[in-house]
Ligand binder design. Structure first.
Ligand SMILES: [Mn+2]
Length: 246
């Protein structure tokens, strides 16, 4: 089996299909893994979720999925740049929404951990952390609370910089001064972390990091990392679907 990890889709369903062709994806022997943010800003959020669901992909939730839960519950209004209509109006909306709600925040494998944005330096037992975050999210969704009220869930899906204690700066741009560093600066775990969320930083391949957000929705590329072949595969975006903002 090959494990194929893909960066932030943000509704770029055509690019996902092209990437599957480029890696010669075989559902009988390959397993697709998504870093989350499969939806929003791009043209076909529903199509992305439908395809991931059909392929029984492993997926962790990103900040845009949490935003969708807020919008769907009426806790937050859709923003100007949101393109969640394809999901709102999908004939299979309930199935797609239920599938998304069942995804984890952290997916821990023997040698790899999948998370949307990053890991808190204080999280040492990642399996216990994954279970705690999942239970917290279930509790929030069941009791009518926004996932954003959960500090650890917000961290996993949105961190870029933090200090050695997991404290985040007020903003990520311009780059904050010391003691803030990109979160992976503090990472000491044994597993390779696969993540997305940071298009401005782009693809990073380091000993313990595969950061795969190459800004497809902004007109750049969609990136896959094939673990068993230790290689990256990229396809170009068909066009810029969303303006880049600072
Ligand atoms: Mn994100």
């Amino acid at each position: 089996m090959r494990r194929i990890y893909i960066g932030d889709l943000q509704g770029c369903r055509e690019e996902l299909e092209r990437l599957l062709e480029a890696v010669k994806f075989d559902p009988a022997r390959d397993r697709l893994h998504s870093v989350g943010d499969a939806i929003n800003r791009g043209p076909d959020s529903a199509g992305c979720v439908r395809l991931l669901k059909q392929l029984d992909a492993v997926m962790v939730l990103g900040n845009h999925e949490l935003h969708w839960f807020d919008v769907a519950a009426g806790w937050r209004k859709a923003g100007k740049r949101d393109t969640l209509q394809s999901l709102e109006q999908a004939p299979d909306r309930d199935e797609l929404d239920a599938w998304l709600r069942a995804r984890p925040l952290l997916h821990v494998e023997r040698d790899v951990v999948l998370v949307h944005a990053g890991l808190d330096p204080r999280w040492s037992d990642l399996e216990a952390t994954a279970a705690r975050l999942r239970a917290a999210l279930d509790g929030a969704l069941a009791t009518g609370h926004s996932p954003w009220e959960l500090a650890e869930v917000a961290f996993a899906t949105s961190v870029r910089y933090c200090d050695s204690e997991g404290r985040e700066p007020e903003g990520d741009w311009p780059p904050p001064p010391a003691p803030y560093e990109p979160w992976d600066h503090w990472y000491r775990g044994a597993r390779i972390v696969v993540c997305g969320h940071w298009a401005r930083r782009g693809v990073v391949v380091a000993e313990k990091l595969r950061a795969l957000d190459s800004g497809c929705v902004y007109g750049k590329q969609l990136t896959a990392w094939i673990a068993e072949e230790q290689r990256l595969v990229q396809v170009p975006a068909k066009r810029a679907w969303s303006p880049v903002t600072a």
